[in-house]
Design a protein around this ligand. Structure first.
Ligand code: DX5
Ligand code: ZN
Length: 220
């Protein structure tokens, strides 16, 4: 399964040494860097904004995958793209005009993605699926790293894979939250292709080794 992409989430990295941390996972073969933007309003945590994305852009060649957990993502799409975001995902629960927002992301030259929380139905994807490059299924409730994987999300990945394949679409399935060596294989088997991992990579003694171990575990 060569299409599996490993996306370390910097949320669990040492922010004072971000360049080194990203360098370690890049050298170990990570496929992209996942950047969690939280506004203290949509989710009960506050993280980073465009200046940090711009700083990351200078220290890595990897695509920057920016996950916007904010109430008003539309107001910041241009800033994140100009800072260097390669893909930008927005939550279906907050965006009022989803089709317009995805169009705006694409017009800026980035890949658009739609995010669903664990409690949000796949039915909300019905009309928008042909217009997105990827769907990010949250496998924890957004806001914090290091939470426990919600098992009910596993069959949800399989159902989304069926929806996508039945319609002949090329939409990637990204999963995010509580993922490590214990469950990555099952997620890939159900059809996930982009795997976000924060604490299981940056909480490990050797984040580079953790990336390699995750990839090995993904393919069995
Ligand atoms: C949670 C974020 C995740 C987080 C995952 O709201 O979207 O990207 O960093 O962290 P882990 O892998 O530790 O669950
Ligand atoms: Zn995330």
């Amino acid at each position: 399964i060569t299409e599996v992409k490993i996306a370390p989430s910097i949320l669990s990295a040492d922010f004072a040494r971000l360049g080194d941390e990203v360098g370690r996972v890049e050298a170990a073969g990570a496929d992209m860097i996942h950047v969690d933007v939280m506004d203290g309003h949509y989710v009960p945590n506050l993280t980073i904004g465009p200046p940090v994305v711009a700083a990351l852009r200078k220290v890595t060649h990897l695509p920057l995958d920016v996950h916007l957990m904010m109430t008003n993502p539309d107001a910041f799409l241009k800033d994140f793209r100009e800072a260097g975001a390669d893909s930008i995902s927005v939550h279906v629960e907050v965006v009022h005009h989803l089709h317009r927002t995805l169009d705006a992301i694409r017009a800026l030259g980035a890949r658009p993605g739609v995010v669903l929380n664990p409690g949000t139905s796949l039915a909300l994807l019905d009309e928008i699926l042909p217009f997105t490059d990827f769907v990010l299924l949250m496998t924890v409730n957004p806001g914090f790293g290091g939470q426990r994987f919600i098992e009910a999300c596993l069959p949800k990945v399989a159902r989304l894979r069926q929806m996508i394949d039945a319609r002949g679409l090329q939409v990637a399935i990204e999963v995010d939250g509580g993922i490590g060596r214990h469950n990555i294989r099952a997620l890939v088997e159900q059809g996930a292709t982009w795997i976000v991992a924060g604490s299981s990579i940056f909480g490990a003694p050797d984040p580079g080794l953790a990336v390699q171990q995750l990839r090995a575990a993904a393919t069995g």
